[in-house]
Write a new protein. Structure first.
Length: 373
C-alpha cells in the first residue's frame, strides 16, 4: 500500500497516518482487494472510510441524527418542506466496483463476502459500467440476514434497498432525487418515499406514517430535505424501539448500556409529544415493560435449563465458498459462531448459523449459581 499517496488523498499528513496505523486505521488483507479501514474518525475523516490498494477512496456513510421531539426538530431544521422516506431495518452496505469486481462494504468498512454475493446478483452491472465511480448506499434487509434478520418486508431472502448515492473520493451524498431517479433507471430496489410535506403539516403526517409502520413491525422514517441541503433526521416507532429492547435484554450482558438507555428515553419523549391517552399510555408501559422483562426471563430460564443462549440466523448462498468466507469474516470480527451443515436448495444452499452471546451466558450462569452482581 502506498502510504504517502494514501495520506495525501484523504488530506492528512503522512506522519499522522503512520501514527494511526493499527490504532484507528487498520489494514484489511482479506478478502481481496486489500484496503485501509478507518475504524474511528480521524482528522475529520468519517469512520468506515475505506482506501483500497489501488488508491480509490470510499467515505463512510454519514451519521444520521435523531429527533426526540418531532415537531420542534422539524421546525428548527427544515425551512419549508420535508420528504419522508422509510427507514428500513437491516444493515448498511456501500456497493462499489473496484477494478472489475463489485464489492459490498459494511458500515465499519469490511468487505462482507455474503452481502457481496447478494448485491452482485441483485444489482445490474450496467450501473457500474455507466458510472464507474458510483457508490450505492443502501440497506440489506430480509430474513436471510446474518446481522439483522427481519421478516416484515416483502423480501424472499435478502434484498438491497438503495437510499443514497455517492461518488468515490467525495464526502457528500447526492440525496433523495438523484437516488430515486437512479433506482428507477437501473431497476434497483429503493426505500419507499411516503411523500413531501409542508413542514407545518408534517408532524401530523409523520405521526400517522410512523404509527402505521409500527403496527407492521417496521422501524420508522428518515426525514430528508428535497433540496439536499439540510442533513437528514431519523425518527422511529415505539414498536421498533421495543423490539430492539427485547433483543438487547435477551442478550443483556452483550449489549451496550447506551443502546438500552437511549431507547427507553425515546419512549418518554414520544409518549408526551403524542399526548397518549390513558389507555395508550398503559399500552406503551406494558409494551416497554414486557420487552425488557419477558425476554430476560426467557434468557434466565433457558440458562437454568442448562441451555446455551444463542441467536439463530440463517443465510442463503449460491456458492458454498461464500458461506465459508462469511464464517471467516464473522470470526475475524470477533463474533463466536457455529455454522451448520449446508442444506441444498434448488438454487443454492441454506446455512443455519448460531451466534453465541458469551458474556450473557457467563453472567447468567454465575448469577444462577448465586454469585453477586
Ligand atoms: P448512526 O446512528 O451512527 O447513523 P446506526 O447504525 O445506529 O448509526 P441507525 O440508527 O440504524 O444507525 O440509522 C442510520 C442508518 O439507517 C443508516 O446508516 C442506514 O443504514 C439506515 N437507513 C435505513 N433506511 C434509510 C433511509 N431511507 N435513508 C438513510 N438511511 C437509512
Ligand atoms: Mg439500522
Amino acid at each position: 500500500m502506498d502510504l504517502p499517496k494514501t495520506a495525501e488523498s484523504v488530506g492528512i499528513s503522512l506522519q499522522r497516518l503512520e501514527g494511526m496505523l493499527d490504532r484507528n486505521i487498520k489494514l484489511s488483507r482479506w478478502p481481496d482487494p486489500r484496503l485501509f479501514r478507518f475504524e474511528k474518525a480521524v482528522s475529520g475523516v468519517e469512520a468506515g472510510t475505506v482506501i483500497f490498494e489501488n488508491g480509490e477512496i470510499v467515505y463512510g456513510y454519514p451519521k444520521i441524527n435523531r429527533a426526540m421531539m418531532l415537531e420542534p426538530a422539524l421546525k428548527r431544521f427544515f425551512p419549508d418542506r420535508v420528504a419522508v422516506e422509510e427507514k428500513m431495518n437491516g444493515y448498511n452496505a456501500r456497493v462499489v466496483r473496484i477494478g472489475e469486481e463489485v464489492v459490498a462494504l459494511t458500515r465499519g468498512g469490511f468487505i462482507c463476502p455474503y452481502s457481496t454475493e447478494v448485491v452482485r446478483e441483485r444489482i445490474s452491472p450496467q450501473v457500474f459500467q455507466d458510472h464507474p465511480d458510483i457508490v450505492l448506499c443502501g440497506e440489506m434487509v430480509g430474513s436471510h440476514s446474518p446481522y439483522v434478520p427481519k421478516d416484515v418486508y416483502p423480501v424472499d431472502s435478502l434484498e438491497f434497498y438503495l437510499f443514497d448515492v455517492a461518488c468515490k473520493a467525495k464526502t457528500d451524498v447526492q440525496g433523495l432525487e438523484s437516488t430515486h431517479r437512479l433506482a428507477e433507471e437501473y431497476g434497483i430496489e429503493c426505500v419507499p418515499l411516503f411523500g413531501v410535506f409542508d413542514v407545518g403539516k408534517a408532524p401530523e403526517e409523520i405521526r400517522k406514517i410512523v404509527e402505521m409502520l409500527g403496527r407492521e413491525g417496521r422501524e420508522g422514517v428518515v426525514l430528508k430535505d428535497p433540496r439536499n441541503v439540510v442533513r437528514p433526521i431519523k425518527y422511529t416507532s415505539s414498536e421498533s424501539n421495543c423490539t430492539d429492547l427485547r433483543f438487547a435484554f435477551r442478550y443483556y450482558n452483550d449489549y451496550g448500556r447506551d443502546f438500552i438507555f437511549s431507547r427507553v428515553v425515546r419512549e418518554g419523549f414520544q409518549a408526551v409529544e403524542w399526548n397518549d391517552s390513558e389507555k395508550e399510555f398503559k399500552e406503551r408501559c406494558l409494551r416497554l415493560g414486557e420487552s425488557i422483562l419477558a425476554s430476560m426471563g426467557e434468557t434466565i430460564r433457558e440458562r437454568m435449563a442448562q441451555d446455551t443462549i444463542v441467536q439463530r440466523v440463517q443465510i442463503k448462498v449460491k456458492r458454498l465458498q461464500t458461506a465459508r468466507d462469511l464464517e471467516r469474516h464473522l470470526r475475524y470480527m470477533g463474533i463466536r459462531v457455529v455454522f451448520g451443515q449446508p442444506e441444498p436448495l434448488d438454487d443454492g444452499y441454506l446455512v443455519r448459523i448460531e451466534k453465541l452471546a458469551m458474556s450473557t451466558n457467563d453472567k447468567t450462569k454465575s448469577m444462577i449459581e448465586g454469585d453477586l452482581w
